[in-house]
Design a protein around this ligand. Structure first.
Ligand code: AMP
Ligand code: MG
Length: 428
C-alpha cells in the first residue's frame, strides 16, 4: 500500500480546518499518517529491558515444570483429612526444593516438604507447618478444618503453559517480562530496532550552555527537555544543536536530519507572523502542514514528512515556548513515536481528582494546566494548579507532578469539581 499523503488523510475529515484544529483531530491525523518501522534485531535478555518486543514469545515448557509446594509443611493425601477429628500421619521422607522424593505416599503417610519442592507421588495437598500440632520427627498431627484438598499446591504449567503465548509482540518490555522470559530459559529476545530521532532548536535569540548570554538572548532549554523525554522513551537521539535563522543553514540542517533519522523534532519558528525561514523550508522539503491547534499551550505546530536524497523522516515542528514543547511532545509526538517503534500504544491514562480551587477555562480548546496532585485527610485525590501558567514558565512544569487536562468542550471549573489529571510519574 503506498504511503498516504497528508491530504489523503485529511480529505476523510469533513470539517478539517488547519487553523482551528481540535486536539483529538490532530492526534487522529498523526496516527493515520505515521506507519511503524519493521526492523528486528536480537538482543541479550537484559538488554531487552525497555525495548519493543518484535515477535510473540511462546512458551516451550510448562512453568513450573511439575506440581510443587507453595509452603513449608507436610505433603499428604487430602482424602486422609478428617473433617471433625485431628489427623495424625507418619512422616516417611523429606522433600527439598530441587530434589523430589521417589517414594509414593500411601494412606496415613505424609512427606515433610519445603516451598518449591516437587509434590511427592500420591499427594495433592500441603498442610503449612504453622497449622500443625505435635510434630515429632516421625509423625505430625493436623487439626480439623485447617486445609482443604488441593490447598498450597502449585500446579504444573499454572504460570505459563507450553505452547501458549507468554508475551505479545508490541509490548514495551518491563522488569517482570524480563524475569518471565528468564523463567522460560530464553537468552536472546527479538526486539524492534531502536528508532532514531534527531532534534534541533531554531531561533537567533538562543544561546547554548557555555556561551555568554548576550542582551535579549535566552539559553536553549528545549533541547534538554527533549533530550530527557526522548531518552525516557528509549529512542536513539541525535542532538543537532541550535540552528540560526539562516535559510542555507536551516535547509542544510533539515536535509541532514532526514538523511540520518526516522523522525525530526524541532522547536520554535512555527508561530504565525514569525520572521524566520523555518516554515518555508519545511514546506519546500516535503509534505508538511501547519496547524493552529485548539489547545493551550501549544497552539502552532508543523507536522508531516520531509525528504532529501531519497531518505525521508517524519517531522514534528513544535512551538518554541518551553512548556508548549513539552505539552505538544506528550500529546502528539509521543504517541506517533511509539507507533513508529511498533509499540502497543494505549492512550495516556487520566485520573480524576477534585479541583481545590476554581479554574477559568473557555470551551472550544483543550487546556493543559500544571498541577500538584495530593490526597486530602480522607484519602481523596485533590489537585491544585501551580502558580503562573504562562507557556514560557518552565518552572510550572518542574514544580508540578501532574497536568490537569481541561477537555475541549469543558467550561470553567468550580472548586470541588472533578477534573482529569495526567500523572508525570510513570510518564516517559
Ligand atoms: P517561537 O515559537 O520561535 O516564536 O518561540 C516562542 C518563544 O519561545 C520565544 O520567547 C523564544 O525565545 C522561546 N524559545 C524558542 N526556542 C527556545 C528554546 N530552544 N529554549 C528556550 N526558549 C525558547
Ligand atoms: Mg523563534
Amino acid at each position: 500500500m503506498p504511503h498516504p499523503t497528508l491530504s489523503d488523510v485529511t480529505s476523510c475529515l469533513s470539517d478539517y480546518d488547519p487553523n482551528a484544529l481540535p486536539v483529538a483531530q490532530a492526534q487522529a491525523i498523526i496516527r493515520d499518517f505515521v506507519t511503524p518501522i519493521r526492523s528486528v534485531e536480537k538482543v541479550a535478555l537484559r538488554s531487552a529491558l525497555g525495548r519493543v518486543l518484535a515477535q510473540d514469545i511462546v512458551s516451550a515448557i510448562d512453568v513450573p515444570a511439575h506440581d510443587n509446594s507453595a509452603m513449608d509443611g507436610y505433603a499428604m493425601r487430602g482424602a486422609d483429612l478428617d473433617g471433625a477429628q485431628p489427623t495424625t500421619l507418619n512422616i516417611i521422607a523429606t522433600a527439598y526444593a530441587g530434589a523430589g522424593v521417589e517414594t509414593k505416599v500411601a494412606a496415613g503417610e505424609c512427606v515433610r516438604i519445603m516451598t518449591g519442592a516437587p509434590m511427592p507421588a500420591g499427594c495433592d495437598t500441603v498442610v503449612p507447618q504453622e497449622f500443625t500440632q505435635a510434630a515429632t520427627s516421625t509423625n505430625v498431627t493436623i487439626p480439623p478444618g485447617v486445609v482443604k484438598t488441593g490447598d498450597n499446591r502449585r500446579l504444573r504449567g499454572e504460570d505459563l503453559a507450553a505452547g501458549k503465548p507468554a508475551l505479545l509482540q508490541g509490548r514495551i518490555l518491563r522488569p517482570a517480562d524480563i524475569g518471565l522470559m528468564a523463567s522460560l530459559g530464553i537468552a536472546e529476545v527479538p526486539v524492534q530496532r531502536r528508532l532514531r530521532v534527531t532534534f534541533f532548536s531554531t531561533g537567533d535569540e538562543l544561546r547554548s550552555i557555555g556561551e555568554p548570554l548576550d542582551p535579549g538572548c535566552v539559553y536553549d532549554s528545549n533541547r534538554y527537555t527533549l533530550y530527557g523525554m526522548l531518552t525516557r522513551l528509549g529512542v536513539d537521539i541525535i542532538d543537532m544543536g541550535v540552528v540560526r535563522d539562516d535559510p542555507a543553514l536551516l535547509e542544510q540542517a533539515f536535509r541532514s536530519a532526514c538523511e540520518n533519522a526516522d523522525a525530526i523534532i524541532t522547536s520554535g519558528g512555527v508561530s504565525v507572523g514569525e520572521a524566520d525561514y523555518t516554515k518555508q523550508i519545511m514546506a519546500t522539503l516535503g509534505d508538511v502542514t501547519f496547524w493552529k491547534i485548539g489547545m493551550r499551550p501549544g497552539r502552532p505546530m508543523a507536522f508531516g514528512k520531509i525528504a532529501s536524497n531519497g531518505r525521508s523522516a517524519y517531522l514534528f515542528g513544535l512551538p518554541g515556548n518551553p512548556v508548549a514543547v513539552m505539552v505538544t511532545f506528550y500529546f502528539f509526538a509521543r504517541d506517533a513515536l511509539l507507533r513508529m517503534m511498533g509499540a502497543d500504544n494505549t492512550p495516556l491514562p487520566l485520573l480524576q481528582a477534585v479541583s481545590e480551587g476554581p479554574i477559568r477555562k473557555k470551551p472550544g480548546r483543550t487546556e493543559y494546566q500544571r498541577g500538584i496532585l495530593s490526597t486530602d485527610a480522607s484519602g481523596r485525590r485533590q489537585v491544585r494548579i501551580t502558580g503562573s501558567q504562562g507557556s514560557g514558565i518552565l518552572r510550572s512544569m518542574s514544580e508540578a507532578n501532574c497536568m490537569v487536562v481541561l477537555q475541549h468542550e469543558q467550561g470553567s471549573v468550580k472548586a470541588g469539581d472533578l477534573v482529569d489529571v495526567l500523572m508525570f510519574e510513570g510518564l516517559v
